[in-house]
Design a protein around this ligand. Structure first.
Ligand SMILES: [Cu+2]
Length: 195
């Protein structure tokens, strides 16, 4: 009888120990899972940041007496090698200046273009002399009008991204800007689609 009881106690003891180990394992597993989750969150953070940057109020930039407002670009459909860039330039100074070009991190070259009606057809042409901004004038580069043309894109522009670039003015020089990428075919940088 005594031996049997001892056996029972031992068995129960083993089972209890086993349960304890099992729950410890579960705990460790949960910790590991939490660890993975933390890691995954850390990994996802840059993407979240990118969206937050894109959602912030449109930025403006200054160089000399020129104020550049809200640069934005259109997202490109798959494989497209060119994209349009848009912004507003105000000349607060006493002398005229010209936007003559620029650069974009993912484009080979940047040209200043104009869209205009020619024989009832909308045509795009390069402004080889650049775009003049007279004293006190605000010139808006927008779809259907003046724009920057990003040529030979090395990668497509995706909605929500921000892309770094520069603008080059004849007198004021070079200024760094950041373009917000709006949806494909967007008519404005605010994300509102107008048709
Ligand atoms: Cu163009």
């Amino acid at each position: 009888m005594k031996a049997r009881s001892l056996q029972t106690i031992l068995t129960v003891g083993v089972v209890l120990t086993a349960t304890c180990i099992a729950s410890k394992d579960a705990e460790a597993g949960a910790l590991a899972a939490a660890g993975r989750e933390t890691h995954a969150l850390k990994f996802a953070a840059p993407a979240v940041e990118l969206v937050q940057v894109a959602d912030k109020a449109a930025k403006s930039y200054k160089i000399g007496s020129l104020v550049i407002e809200a640069p934005w670009a259109r997202a490109t459909p798959g494989g497209a090698k060119v994209a349009g860039g848009y912004l507003k330039i105000t000349n607060t100074g006493q002398t005229a200046d010209r936007l003559v070009g620029g650069s974009l991190a993912v484009a080979a070259t940047v040209e200043v273009h104009e869209m205009a009606m020619s024989d009832n057809v909308m045509k795009m042409r390069r402004l080889h002399q650049g775009l003049e901004i007279k004293p006190g004038q605000t010139v808006e580069l927008k779809p259907g009008g003046y724009h920057l043309m990003f040529m030979e894109l090395r990668e497509g522009l995706k909605q929500g991204q921000t892309v770094k670039g520069t603008l080059v003015f004849e007198k004021a020089g070079t200024v760094e800007v950041e373009y917000r990428v709006a949806p494909i075919g967007a008519q404005s940088g605010g994300g509102h689609m107008k048709h």
